[in-house]
Each structure stands twice: as structure tokens, then as C-alpha cells.
Design a protein around this ligand. Structure first.
Ligand code: NAD
Length: 332
């Protein structure tokens, strides 16, 4: 079957990682037509926006996109393309699996955790203002509707993937209304899934537990900001951001992207690790119904990393981004 997929190369290391990803996806034999569209810093001067309409139009037409990271300058009223995409396309669920791989150095082995992060509200919506010159406020909005929807996504995911437990993570002892509402929604949804264990943790305790006993956890569901922070913690457990994939999923559209950012200091050096974006493509292939190709790409990537002779600097090798990708393609 032929698929049309929007490809957003992104900023910094994004274009190199996108080229590597395209190469290995094509090597699976899946028939994909790439609709390549630019967003981010590179188009800012020309269109006076980092997210021109043609990007959204392309994703709306193709329904599926894969993107490289996009730089978000701090402050300066610059709207994050990532946040805007998630909002405009209703990508309410952010899925981030963290799974240990042989050959990736880490203090931990056998990590198998999945973060399901609510993607549309919470402090991450950036609803902020200056009250006066010396006072700023940020408004945290949590709704029952969005909380139930993400909880249902987490339980459905756990059920289809045969996982044992869902843990809901908040700071409801302090934010009793907002995070309290999130817990309430999760408890309500959990009742519909009697075969899946449900428990709750406060975000601070969760950070410690994940470092001490990561094997006690499975799928974790949480509001936006906690999900952002715990995603990087979990990426750390499996050896770093270079190997952590992600997906943003809504009712109609899905956008796949690595957890890491645009790492500007490595841009154009053929140095960055393409694994996170390649594993994001594995998630994308599964979403497209191409399970066989997804498994093949996942296995080839894992094999090349386990062998260790053609990997990037962060995995202890000296190969470039493109050599790494070529080795994966050759393996398939
Ligand atoms: P970053 O993820 O770009 O980099 C953090 C560290 O990880 C750096 O040391 C970097 O060199 C390393 N790293 C990241 N990806 C790597 C890879 N593939 N291979 C090897 N090393 C890698 O985070 P940052 O420096 O905080 O952010 C840089 C920019 O990216 C910012 O503008 C930020 O807003 C943006 N960002 C975008 C996204 C996205 O597009 N989804 C996500 C996070 C950050």
C-alpha cells in the first residue's frame, strides 16, 4: 500500500536526522511518498512565522507526519511550533516509550517504561502574562474532558500492548483543584479496565522511585508539564536523548518526532545520533499498519547498535549520522 507522509526536517540537527530516517524507512521496502515541508527558524524570515499554513495543510491532507526538532528561542514572544502543532491538530496524546537497548551505555538495564503525556493544556499551554513590571503569572487549566481522554488513551494503549499497570502522576497534594481533577478523571476511567492495575504517585516521589526502582512501573499518565520533565528523566534511564522516540497522536492526525531538541551545536556536523528519530519512524510505521516493516527497522537498528562498530559518538563510536543510517539500511 502506498502512503503519503509529511516530512518536516526541522532546525539544527533536524535535516541530517531526517535524511537518515528517510533512507532507512525506504530501505524497509514500504511505499512512501514524502511531502517535504519546511518549518521553524529556516522559514521565519521569509514567512514571518515559523509555522506557515502550508505545513498544517500538508499534515491535514496526509494525516501523518514525521518531524525533526525545531528550535524555540527562549522568551521574545516566539510561539513554539511544537506546541502550536499539537494544539492546531488536536494531538492530545504524547506517547514516549523508553526501552533499554543492548549497546547503549546506561546505569540501568531492562528498562521498559511508557509515558503518556496530556498534550494540550496545563501550564504548558503558555497562558501567561505580566501583571505588573515585577509580577508574572501563568494560568494552569485542567479540564475533566481532556483528562478523561488522555486517561482513556493510556488504558487503551496498556490493553492493546498487553501492559500490566497504569500509574497516574500529579502534584495533587498542593494543586488540589487542577491536579485533583486529573486524578478524579483517571480513577473514573480506570474502573472500565479491571484487568489493568491502577495506582497514583506524586511527581516528586515518582522521580525518586523511577531512579531507585524503575522496574516497578509500566505505563505512566500525567498532565503536560510533568510529562515533559519525566520524559527526559526516562530518556536518561535508557542512556540519553539520542535514543528516545516519541509520537503525538490525536483523533484525526499523528505527528512522530524524537524527544530531543535541535542540538544547535552539532548542526551540520554529521555527528548527531539518528536513533531517536528512526525509532519515531518505527512508531509511525506501526501507526500506518506496516507492522512487519516497523519490526524489521527496529531490529536492524537494535542490531547495529548492539554491534557498536558504526554508531555515533554518544554511543561510544566514531561514525557519522549518515554512516550509522547506511549501516541500518544495509542490515535490512
Ligand atoms: P537538545 O535536546 O537539543 O540537547 C540537549 C543535549 O542532548 C545536548 O547536549 C545535545 O547535544 C544532546 N543531544 C540531543 N539530541 C541528540 C542527538 N540526536 N544525538 C546526540 N546528542 C544529542 O535540548 P536543548 O539544548 O534544551 O534544546 C535545543 C533547542 O531545541 C531549543 O530551541 C529547544 O526549544 C528545542 N527543542 C525542540 C524540541 C522539539 O522540536 N520537539 C524538543 C526539545 C527542545
Amino acid at each position: 500500500m502506498k502512503h503519503r507522509v509529511t516530512l518536516i526536517p526541522g532546525d539544527g540537527i533536524g535535516p541530517e536526522l531526517s535524511a537518515a530516517t528517510k533512507l532507512v524507512v525506504e530501505a524497509t521496502g514500504v511505499d512512501i511518498v514524502w511531502d517535504e515541508v519546511a518549518a521553524g527558524e529556516t522559514v521565519m524570515a521569509k514567512y514571518n512565522t515559523s509555522l506557515p499554513d502550508y505545513v498544517l495543510d500538508s499534515i491535514k491532507e496526509n494525516k501523518v507526519a514525521i518531524k525533526g526538532p525545531i528550535t524555540t528561542p527562549i522568551g521574545s514572544g516566539f510561539r513554539s511550533v511544537n506546541v502550536a502543532l499539537r494544539k492546531e491538530l488536536g494531538l492530545y496524546a504524547c506517547l514516549r516509550p523508553s526501552v533499554s537497548m543492548e549497546g547503549v551505555k546506561s546505569r540501568y538495564q531492562n528498562i521498559d517504561l511508557v509515558i503518556v503525556r496530556e498534550n494540550t493544556e496545563d501550564l504548558y499551554a503558555g497562558n501567561e502574562r505580566m501583571i505588573d513590571e515585577d509580577t508574572a503569572e501563568s494560568i494552569k487549566v485542567i479540564t475533566r474532558g481532556a483528562s478523561k481522554k488522555i486517561a482513556k488513551f493510556a488504558f487503551d494503549y496498556a490493553k492493546t500492548e498487553g501492559r500490566r499497570k497504569v500509574t497516574s502522576v500529579t502534584k495533587a497534594n498542593i494543586m488540589k483543584y487542577t491536579d485533583g481533577l486529573f486524578y478524579e478523571a483517571c480513577r473514573e476511567v480506570a474502573k472500565g479496565y479491571p484487568t489493568i492495575e491502577y495506582d497514583e504517585h506524586l511527581i516528586d516521589a515518582m522521580c525518586m522511585q523511577l531512579v531507585l526502582k524503575p522496574g516497578d512501573y509500566d505505563v505512566m499518565v500525567m498532565p503536560n508539564l510533568y510529562g515533559d520533565i519525566l520524559s527526559d528523566l526516562c530518556a536518561g534511564l535508557i542512556g540519553g536523548l539520542g535514543v528516545a522516540p516519541g509520537a503525538n497522536i490525536g483523533d484525526e492526525y499523528a505527528v512522530f518526532e524524537p524527544v530531543h531538541g535541535s542540538a544547535p551545536k552539532y548542526a551540520g556536523l554529521n555527528k548527531a545520533n539518528p536513533t531517536a528519530m528512526i525509532l519515531s519512524a518505527v512508531l509511525m510505521l506501526k501507526h500506518l499498519g506496516e507492522k512487519e516493516a516497523a519490526d524489521k527497522l527496529h531490529k536492524a537498528t537494535a542490531d547495529v547498535i548492539a554491534k557498536g562498530s558504526t554508531v555515533t559518538y554518544d554511543l561510544g563510536g566514531s561514525s557519522g549520522t549518515s554512516e550509522f543510517a547506511k549501516a541500518i539500511a544495509a542490515k535490512m
